[in-house]
Ligand binder design. Structure first.
Ligand SMILES: CC(C)(COP(=O)(O)OP(=O)(O)OC[C@H]1O[C@@H](n2cnc3c(N)ncnc32)[C@H](O)[C@@H]1OP(=O)(O)O)[C@@H](O)C(=O)NCCC(=O)NCCS
Length: 199
């Protein structure tokens, strides 16, 4: 199985991806933020998505969205083709799209809303924690995406404080770069002073 950052060569899969997103939501009886072929195509051609394939066949997909002027990133629209499910594809795709998000937006908080156990498991393994909705982006455009969801009325009744989805958030440690503590020049100077003192 190949897991790649998207490029124009993956545009051939866009209708299949969009159709499967719709069909899966229908089967689960949930709504999703409906994305047009144009929107998904832009994500793919701009390299803001991850596509999994096997022998030229489409396997799975996920894309990056930014909110609150880049303070928040969501890895959205995760979908695996039914015949490739429960083989670890979603785990590999989410890992790749998470790394891509961290590289592109190292200081952004990464979040997701889900009702799915599989996604909750994958997110916890990546270091996401469950949170209340007020911890997420308050960008109106993001919440407008919930309008197509069958549970939108519940969200509104609860004044957008909670709903049936579990919110999960990864908060980067901005003192670390790729997991390693980064010493800022001023801290480095302070560290040198401290280590001189201790000699
Ligand atoms: C949810 C989905 C993306 C999972 O894809 P997948 O490739 O089958 O997932 P993986 O094989 O990587 O499994 C990841 C973990 O979830 C578990 N899992 C997979 N499907 C599951 C399910 N339906 N119910 C409960 N757990 C599930 C796996 O056992 C695995 O757990 P483990 O790491 O403890 O072994 C896929 O079923 C799908 O596309 N569903 C429809 C769309 C959807 O629900 N998207 C998520 C929107 S938030």
């Amino acid at each position: 199985m190949e897991i790649q950052v998207s490029s124009c060569e993956h545009l051939m899969y866009v209708s299949e991806i969009q159709q499967e997103m719709y069909d899966s939501a229908q089967r689960r009886g949930t709504g999703i933020a409906k994305r047009s072929v144009e929107y998904l195509s832009r994500k793919i051609s701009e390299g803001n998505a991850v596509v999994a394939t096997e022998n030229g066949e489409w396997v799975g997909f996920c894309y990056i969205e930014t909110w609150s002027h880049g303070q928040f990133v969501a890895n959205s629209g995760l979908i695996v083709s039914p015949k490739f499910r429960e083989r670890g594809a979603a785990t590999l795709i989410k890992n790749k799209v998470f790394q891509l998000s961290r590289n592109k937006y190292p200081t952004a908080k990464v979040f997701g809303l889900t009702t799915g156990l599989a996604v909750m498991k994958i997110n916890s393994d990546l270091g996401y924690k469950p949170v209340i909705y007020s911890e997420l982006t308050q960008d109106e455009e993001f919440w407008n995406g919930c309008r197509n969801c069958v549970n939108y009325e519940i969200l509104m009744k609860k004044e957008r404080k909670n709903c049936l989805c579990t919110a999960m958030l990864f908060v980067p440690d901005n003192n670390k770069v790729n997991g390693v503590v980064s010493i800022q020049p001023e801290n480095q100077y302070q560290n040198e002073q401290e280590s001189n003192l201790s000699i």
